[in-house]
Design a protein around this ligand. Sequence first.
Ligand code: ASP
Length: 543
Amino acid sequence: MNPLKAPLHIQILVALIAGAIIGVLVNPGDVEFPEPTRVEIEQFEGHIHVTELAKAENGEERPVFPTLHLTLDQFVQRYPFVEIPDGDNLQAIDQSIAVTDQKFRVFEDSTGISVSYTRKYNDNPLLTNDHFNSRAELAHKYPLFLATYDGYSTSLSRTVTIVAKWVGDLFLSLLKMVTIPLIVSSLITGVTGLGGTGRLGSMFSKTLGYYVVTSFLAITTGIIMVNIIRPGVGAVIPGAGETTHLGTDQSLPGIFAGLVNQMVPANPVAALANGEFLSIITFSILFAIFILRAGDAARETLTNFFSAFFEAIMGLTMFVIHLAPIGVLAFMTYATASQGLDIFLTLAWYMLTVFLALLVHATVTMPLLLKFVAGRSPWEYFRALSPALMTAFSTASSNGTLPLTMTCVEKNAGVSNRTSSFVLPLGATINMDGTALYEAVAVLFIAQATAGFELSLSTQIIVAVTALLASVGAAGIPHAGLVMMAIVLQAVGLPLDAQGVIIAVDRVLDMCRTTVNVWSDSCGCAVIEKLTSEENTPITETA
Ligand code: ASP
C-alpha cells in the first residue's frame, strides 16, 4: 500500500510515533558536572541569598546558577542541611555542600538555548532552568556551562532539534494563516444559517452552560485525584527565584477587565491583524446578525459572498491539513529530543496525577456526556476526531489545531457548520477543560509541598474558581496555562517562584491538556447540536 494513500489519521499516527523515536535517538542526554565547591549564604533584609559556586576551567570560582532569593521559610525547606546565618545584617557564610547526582542538560532550538540543572542534596532533588538567546548570553551568565554547550553545539542532536522546531513552527504558521479567515467566514455563514437571532441566544446560553459545567467537572476530577495521590506531600519544590517574568501581575479583576475589553474591539481590522480571537468572534457575530436584519438584496449578496469565501478557505484548509503528518513528525521529534528523563523522574508523581486526572476526564466524563446527552457513540466520535486530537497533542495549541478540529467535526463526525462554527472558535479560546484541571492540580501540588500551608476546603474552592477563570483567560497557544497559573497562586497566597520547577515538564503536560481541551470543544459540538436540534428545523421568519 502506498503510505501516502493511507487515511490521514494513520499517517499522523505514524508521524507521531516516528517523531518520538527520532527524538529519543537524538536526545543529547545529561552531562555529569563537577560539584559546586562552595555555597555562599547571605542574610539581607529578611531574605536569604544563596549562591552556589564552582571552579571554572581557569580555576576561578563562578556562580553555577543565579543567586536564589529566599524567605526564611523557603530557605529552611530547601536547604534543611545548611546552617541558617543568624542576625539581621548582611553576612556571608561559606559552607561546602554534599551534592549527589548532579546533571546538566542543554539543548537548542530555533528560539534559543535552554539549560536545566538537576542535583540532589541529601536525597532532596532540586532543579533549575534558564533560557538564553545566544551563546554570548550563556557565556556571560554561566561560564561554567560553556564547555558543555560547545561540545553539544556541533552535535547531530542540535541540528535535528533546530530543524524540527523550525519545520514544526512553519506548519503552525500555515495553520494560523487559515485560522482567522476560517473563523470569520465560518461564524458569519453559521449565524446567518441560523435564520433568526432567537436561536442564536439559545445556542449561546447552552454553549456557555456546557463550557462551565465541563470545566468544573474537569477541575473536580483534578482536585479529587490530587487529594488521593497527594504528589506534593514530602516533595521539595525548588523555585528558580527567577520566575517573575511569568506574568505575575495578573490580578483577577485585571483578567476580567482584559477579557471584556477584548470582546469589544475598537478597531476590528486591528483585531483581525493581531489575531485577537474574542474580538473577532464578537465582531463576526454582530456583523452576521445585521446581515440577517438587512434588506433582501444586501442579505442575499453578503450571505452568498461569505458562503463562497467559506468554501474557498475550507479548500485551502484541507490542503494545509494534508501537511499535518509533516508538522506532527517535526513537533514530536522536537518534544522528545528536548526533554530529559531525569526531570520526569523528579516530578513523576505530580505528572502522574495530572495525567490520570486528564485521562479520567477524557475517557469517562466526556464519553458519558457524548453517549447520554448527545446520543453519539464515543468511540466513533473519537475516531472521527483523531487527526485533530493527535495534532493538538503534538503542537500543544488549540488555536493552531482549530482548522483541523472544524474539518473533523464537520466532515468526519457530521456536525452541522452552524453548530461547529459557533462552538469551536469560542471554545478554543475560553473552554479549556484540560487547562482548568491542570491549574487546579499544579497549584494544589505546590500547596501540598509548601511547608505550613493549610489546604482547607475553602482554599480548594478558591483554587477551583480561579482555575476556571485562569483557563478562560488562557490563550490557545503553547504554555499559556503556565503563565495564567500566577493568578491562582496569588489568589491563595502561594509563592510564585514555586512554578520554577514545573516549567521543566510543562511541554509534555501541555500536550496532554491541549488534547483534552480540543476533545472537550469537539464533544461540545455534538452536545450542543443535540440540545438545539429541535430548533434547527427551518422556521418561518416572524415579523
Ligand atoms: N496549550 C493549551 C492550548 O492551546 C493552553 C495551555 O497552555 O493550557 O489549549
